[in-house]
Design a binder for this molecule. Structure first.
Ligand SMILES: Cc1cc2nc3c(=O)[nH]c(=O)nc-3n(C[C@H](O)[C@H](O)[C@H](O)COP(=O)(O)OP(=O)(O)OC[C@H]3O[C@@H](n4cnc5c(N)ncnc54)[C@H](O)[C@@H]3O)c2cc1C
Length: 421
């Protein structure tokens, strides 16, 4: 009965970037939306470096003035550093895009950024319940999701009913885990260990906010992300067997040993002080077999999570939240939220993930380097830049042909389409 008379149009599981973006778009159109978020914001989250094509969803959400007024470090470029410390000429986004818009992005502290996004959704009319963890999807007799069960801070369980549930629960992938749809990406099964430094060496001028990708042996790499308050986010990513060689398992010992594998990282961190806490994740890239089902739609990392080497996660989360919001608004207007309505959304998102995934696979191949591809095909530089900047929904077939001259690329995974009733 509840399912036939729900108290809200849409329930969103999770108030991270994808959930907050979808909530803002749906609420702005005058529809009722309730976000259930397990944590109390601000809360810590990794994923701090944005890429140029985050601009369009941020603009659509009305966030650009807020970003410009924020303390976040401006990011104009990315550069790559060899293990011996040689640094490539930074790649400046303004060589390809407008410096006043797309070509300048940000390094964000997620605790603050995610509050800004969630507050933005509230301002547009979304209701948000924090410290409320969704524990179960509720379904009717025909298997359609009609709501969720959730547990509040005091441990009390409540049921909430809606015409549609959006899973924006991030890498934990609430729905795809419970429905058995979660599929790994075995070749991208890496381990990351990271921490924060204060007072370490920084580049000057336009390069102060540059992301640096610094290589270590075995196709491993460091990220070095300068943030405000003189802090730097720095992490190392590689195969687990490489990082734990010789039986080293303690995250701090792993991290400190790898610093010595890259001269630039060693030099930059030697002047600073580690803030102390070390983080580790080994749950890397994975996908949901289905992107929608009766009464259910997946966005952001809950749809697919890709290795973060090219910092595509927040862009894909915001973009998918906006696209899903538009598709949901159209469905509510047509009084039809059947899974088929989300086929275009899912195929577009999947195509974007697949393009980025090809580049990530190439990055880890021992026979690939961007330099070699561009040396042989100078005109490939533009397309590589576009994909790395997050312009992921373009036809890159010519670029893939050129990269295949150096290394194999993965076929497209047949995932993400809606599961029909
Ligand atoms: C090591 C590492 C480095 C990364 N670096 C970058 C980077 O530099 N740039 C970048 O763009 N991306 C990066 N990412 C990826 C980025 O973190 C994610 O892509 C992004 O946060 C996805 O946003 P989301 O909204 O889908 O999920 P999240 O940001 O994870 O938000 C999900 C929210 O759902 C809530 N939630 C979960 N389960 C429940 C539940 N049962 N009930 C209620 N609420 C729930 C969580 O508390 C959370 O707030 C990195 C990821 C990793 C692992």
């Amino acid at each position: 009965m509840h399912g036939m008379n729900p108290e809200t149009d849409v329930i969103i599981i999770g108030g991270g970037p994808s959930g907050a973006a979808a909530a803002a778009i749906i609420a702005e159109a005058g529809n009722k939306v309730l976000v259930l978020e397990r944590e109390k914001f601000p809360r810590y989250h990794i994923g701090e470096s944005l890429i140029p094509f985050t601009y369009a969803p941020l603009e659509r959400l009305g966030m650009i003035p807020k970003m410009r007024g924020s303390c976040f470090t401006k990011k104009y470029s990315v550069s790559f550093v060899q293990p011996d410390g040689r640094r490539s000429v930074p790649f400046y986004f303004h060589t390809r895009y407008d410096i006043n818009t797309v070509a300048q992005t940000w390094q964000v502290t997620r605790a603050e950024f995610d509050v800004m996004l969630l507050d933005n959704a509230r301002e547009k009319g979304a209701a948000v319940l924090e410290q409320t963890a969704v524990t179960r999807l509720l379904k009717n007799d025909s298997g359609t999701v009609i709501g969720v069960e959730a547990q509040g801070a005091g441990g009390v369980k409540r049921q909430f009913f809606a015409r549609l549930v959006i899973d924006a629960s991030g890498k934990e992938a609430f729905a795809s885990n419970r429905e058995g749809w979660r599929v790994g990406d075995p070749y991208l099964n890496k381990v990351a260990v990271w921490t924060y430094y204060k007072g370490s060496k920084r580049e000057q001028g336009l390069d102060e906010g540059a992301t640096t990708i610094a290589f270590i042996p075995d196709k491993g790499w460091f990220w070095h992300i300068p943030m405000h308050d003189d802090r730097v986010s720095v992490g190392v990513v590689a195969e687990g067997k490489y990082l734990t060689r010789g039986g080293v398992r303690d995250p701090e010992a792993i991290f400190q040993r790898e610093i010595r594998e890259n001269k630039w990282i060693e030099e930059h961190l030697s002047q600073g002080r580690c803030e102390g806490e070390y983080w580790l994740t080994s749950e890397y890239s994975r996908h949901s077999k289905y992107g929608a089902a009766p009464g259910l739609l997946l966005v952001g990392d809950a749809f697919a999570f890709l290795d973060p080497v090219f910092s595509s996660g927040v862009m894909l989360a915001l973009k998918s939240g906006v696209m899903a919001g538009d598709a949901v608004n159209a469905g509510l207007a047509a009084n039809d939220l059947s899974p088929e309505r989300f086929a275009d959304y899912a195929s577009q998102l999947r195509a974007g993930v697949e393009n980025m995934r090809k580049l990530v696979y190439a990055f880890y191949d021992p026979d690939f380097s961007f330099k070699d591809v561009v040396t042989r095909h100078p005109d490939a530089a533009g397309e590589i830049t576009d994909c790395l900047s997050g312009d992921v929904n373009k036809d890159y077939s010519r670029l893939w042909e050129r990269i295949r001259e150096f290394c194999p690329l993965p076929g497209e995974l047949p995932y993400g389409a809606p599961l029909h009733a």
